[in-house]
Structure formats: structure tokens, C-alpha cells
Design a protein around this ligand. Sequence first.
Ligand code: DAH
Length: 348
Amino acid sequence: MKEKLEQIYKEAKEQIEKIDMTQGLNDLKVKYLGKKGELTEILKGMGKLSPEERPKLGSIVNEIRDSIVEAIETKEKELKQKELNKKLEKEKIDVTLPATKITRGSKHPINRVIEEIQDLFVSMGYDVISGPELETDEFCFERLNLPKGHPARDMQDSFYITNEYLLRTQTSAVQARTMLDYGGNKPIRMICTGKTYRREDDATHSHQFNQVEGLVIDEKDKNVSLSDLKGTLEIFVRKMLGEKTELRFRPSYFPFTEPSYEVDVSCFKCGGKGCNLCKQTGWIELLGAGIVHPNVLKMNGYDPEKYGGFAFGTGIDRLAMFKYGITDMRYLYTNDVRFLKQFDRFEK
Ligand code: DAH
């Protein structure tokens, strides 16, 4: 019997040695240690032995069983490690492969100009105010001295949504909102940048564009004269278009200012000599501006006897076109990535 057991042990060891897959090892486990396994068979037959022989043989069987279990466990570990190594080998990452390129967006030229304008005016103590793009006729026109039926409304073809609501045609609407907000007794120094809409569509006018509005109100003797307006605009255009830029005020008409001006800037391309950009005149029309009309002050809660101020407005799209040499305004809202990508070279 003992020989038979040793024979089983020897065989088992040999077979375990040869195995090179975990599945095979499981089969061997069943063969030697399972319910119908060879060792179990021997244990079953132990009843036939004498009481003296039984414990002796029992301990040998147990010893052999332990040795086989140990051999299987050692082999199992070895195989698992081998399989893991194989897997790692297969899944190895080649760190020298070129990486997928990450494409980064860049700031839109309009936003660049807006940020530049806001930084400048904030540095001069202005508040940055915003107003709704869907505006009422009251704020867009009436409170700016443009009652219903006023001929100057024709200057701005509008998108009406209902009789009362329209897409704002000018950021000037925010002038009235700010005056009412400030309550008629506080000085105002604000700019507002934002989208505006008109029924226009060609290379230099689009149905959707951006404006910046400026409004300064204070007691009449406190830096709110025409010369203050001129000085403010000088700082503004020189910062945006170059230190040598000159201003020219031409009398004009806007219902919310009196007197009103259209402000030209000396051509930054030719320096005022005359070129195709300024149509040989040396000047480019850029802003609307003026002294706030007493009616507008009164309608929006400020006493025109005590308070005065100036206002100005300009198109941001045109500024961006001048600054970056863009020839068609429509590029600014069609958002073709080939166009937009060119601006990442200005990224800091
Ligand atoms: N809102 C005018 C426009 O869109 C521009 C303008 C002119 C704004 C005179 C002003 C101003 O604040 O005082 O044509």
C-alpha cells in the first residue's frame, strides 16, 4: 500500500511539473484530490485495514495529500505569474509613439476687442453694464427721445418681434436703463458692450453686430463737457488704433444728444495721406457721440438743470476689422474655424 501511495505521489509530481496552463492544473486537482480522486479511493479502502495499520496509513495519506496540495499551489502561482507577464508583454505601451494632437481654441476677435475696451474703461473708473438683446420699443427708442413715428427711427431698420418688443438696434438702450437704475441722483460712468441687430446685410453691414456704448453723467460743472468727451475718445481710439491717431468731430444728428457729432479718426493705414481704406480722404468715420439731450435726462430721472453728461457709441466689429485687417464683416459671425484659428497667434 505504501508503495502504491509513493507511486501516486511520484506520478502526481511529474504531471504537475509538466503542466503549463491553469486549466490542466485544475484537472489534476480533481484527479488526485477530488471526491473520486485516487487518494480518496485509498482512504475509502482503509476500513479493511487492521486498527494498528489504519492510523499509520492515514498519516502517510495525509502527508502525501499535503505535499500534492503544496505542489499544485506552487505551480498555480508560477503559472499565474507567467500568464500575467505574457499579458503585460502584449499590452505594453510604446511611449515613443507620436501623441494625438490636441487642438486648442482661441479667443474670437470680437471678444478680444471687447476685453481690451473693457480693461481700458475699467482702468478709468467706468462700470461695465449689460442690458437685454430683446429690448422694448420704450427703452430702445422712446426713452432716448425717439417717440413713435419719429423720422429718425428710419435710420435703424429694426427686427420687431411684437409691437412692443424688438431686437435692440443700438446699445444706447442701456443708457436709459442705467439712468433709471442709478436713481437720478448719482453720477454715472459706464460702458456697455453687446450684440445689436438691424435689417442690413452686405460686406460692411450685417444683421448682427456689436456695439460699445459709453455714458457719463454728473453735476454740470464736473468734467462732463465736450472737451471731456473729446479727451475720453482720444484715449479710447489711441489705445485701440495707435498713439498717433487724430480725431475729427463733424456736426451730425442723433435724437438723444445735442449737439451731436460723428467722429472720424485719421486713417491708421496711411497715416492720413489718403489710401484705398480711407477712400483717399485720410479719415475714417468711427463713432457717434454728443452731449446728452436734456429730454433724455428728464425722461430717465435726472434733472437737466443740475445734471449733464456725454455719450458715445461705436461698432466693435469695425474696430476688429481695422485692427486685424479683416475685409468682410460676415467672417465675424459665420465662425469658420479656418478663419478663427488665425487668431491663436495673438494668444499670450
Ligand atoms: N446709437 C448710435 C448708433 O447706433 C450711436 C451713438 C451716437 C451712440 C451718439 C451714442 C451717441 O451714445 O451719443 O448709430
